[in-house]
Write a protein that binds this ligand. Structure first.
Ligand code: HEC
Ligand code: HEC
Ligand code: HEC
Ligand code: HEC
Ligand code: HEC
Length: 223
């Protein structure tokens, strides 16, 4: 222990008991989380579960350029963005890499008729109401809430999804709006300055008779 006195400033000694307590409690917390599986409320930015298939968005959405809506085909008109059934993968994989060991869980799903058990990454508590269609159809891109999915080998949560985060955009949406034709082009506008982004959003809203006015009433998200 003695050596630490040379490394840390004197005040840090006062923190040592706190650090020791945190050190003892944090592992218990993690064990409890795993044991009881209460992930929805406790998970946060960076949450990145290991999926049952080594599926890469970086390869499929990024390099191969498959549009998000090819797989998440309800995202423009429903609350939920559908997770694709095995059949969607087999549109290509009955031909491409069909003998790859990485695709074994897909074949198993095909034979049993049971879906692949993808692990949910983003999960709001049930008392919060959310709709993809309300956002995507009004020009809020996937990238605003999910980050550069097209660069992720394995998907992780990019934003807090907290109430404060929702509200900060609802109060000032313009920097986050674009033409809905561009919502799945995640690279669009990444090199724009803040002023240019805002100007694009304002121009787009103006074309819609300034009708895009996200609500901050409690009942919008708690119904
Ligand atoms: C070829 C099909 C396919 C394409 C194309 C695709 N995805 Fe996915 N996506 C999946 C599958 C399968 C999962 C579930 C496994 C996982 O999380 O990686 C998923 C998961 C996700 C998740 C996490 C869902 C959760 O559990 O919270 C997000 C967000 C997502 N995709 C966004 C996108 C975006 C944005 C694009 C376009 C840039 C896109 N996806 C393109 C198949 C696809
Ligand atoms: C539009 C065609 C297409 C669809 C749909 C598609 N893939 Fe692929 N996938 C490819 C191509 C092409 C490659 C190979 C790229 C290469 O090897 O250069 C690939 C590679 C893979 C690999 C790596 C295989 C290996 O042995 O390296 C996995 C795993 C995979 N895909 C899973 C999936 C899953 C799961 C889905 C459905 C959610 C899916 N793919 C949907 C075209 C597709
Ligand atoms: C305004 C923010 C926002 C935008 C824009 C957005 N998402 Fe989401 N997405 C979320 C939230 C929040 C969740 C978790 C929803 C829940 O738990 O009910 C989610 C969940 C998902 C899921 C898991 C299934 C589901 O619906 O719960 C997928 C897949 C997904 N998003 C894909 C996409 C794609 C693809 C786009 C763009 C076309 C997109 N999202 C645009 C916020 C957003
Ligand atoms: C990046 C900006 C952005 C973020 C982040 C965002 N929203 Fe929105 N939201 C909007 C816009 C823009 C609209 C469309 C407003 C309109 O049509 O006038 C909208 C509309 C909605 C609506 C539809 C209201 C109606 O009248 O049907 C709901 C519900 C909603 N948002 C909930 C949420 C929740 C919950 C979150 C956080 C998990 C969230 N939003 C995060 C921009 C955002
Ligand atoms: C734009 C969407 C949105 C609006 C508007 C909104 N909330 Fe929320 N609220 C959320 C989301 C999303 C959560 C869950 C956040 C989380 O999981 O951390 C939440 C969580 C809460 C919670 C649980 C405690 C917490 O902070 O996590 C309370 C209480 C709450 N909201 C009350 C309100 C009240 C009161 C209003 C009106 C003044 C309101 N909300 C307006 C989206 C919203």
């Amino acid at each position: 222990m003695g050596a630490y006195h040379f490394v840390f400033p004197r005040w840090s000694n006062a923190l040592l008991p706190t650090i020791a307590v945190a050190g003892a409690v944090v592992p218990l917390y993690v064990v409890a989380m795993v044991a009881y599986g209460f992930s929805p409320l406790t998970t946060d930015v960076g949450y990145q579960p290991i999926q049952p298939v080594d599926y890469s968005h970086k390869l499929h959405a990024g390099e191969l350029g498959i549009d998000c809506r090819y797989c998440h085909n309800t995202v423009e008109y429903a609350n939920k963005a559908a997770i694709p059934p095995t059949q969607t993968c087999f549109n290509c994989h009955t031909q491409i890499h069909k003998d790859s060991p990485k695709l074994l869980p897909l074949w198993e799903s095909y034979e049993t008729g049971l879906p692949v058990e993808w692990i949910r990454v983003h999960d709001l508590p049930d008392f919060a109401y959310f709709s993809h269609a309300a956002h995507v159809s009004r020009g809020v891109s996937c990238v605003e809430c999910h980050g550069r999915i097209d660069k992720m080998e394995v998907v992780y949560q990019h934003e807090t999804l907290s109430m404060g985060w929702c509200l900060s955009c609802h109060r000032d949406p313009h920097p986050h709006l674009r033409d809905p034709a561009l919502v799945t082009d995640l690279a669009w506008g990444f090199d724009f300055s803040d002023e240019v982004r805002r100007a694009h959003g304002e121009a787009f809203n103006h074309k819609n008779f300034d009708s895009i006015v996200p609500s901050t009433d409690c009942s919008t998200c708690h119904r």
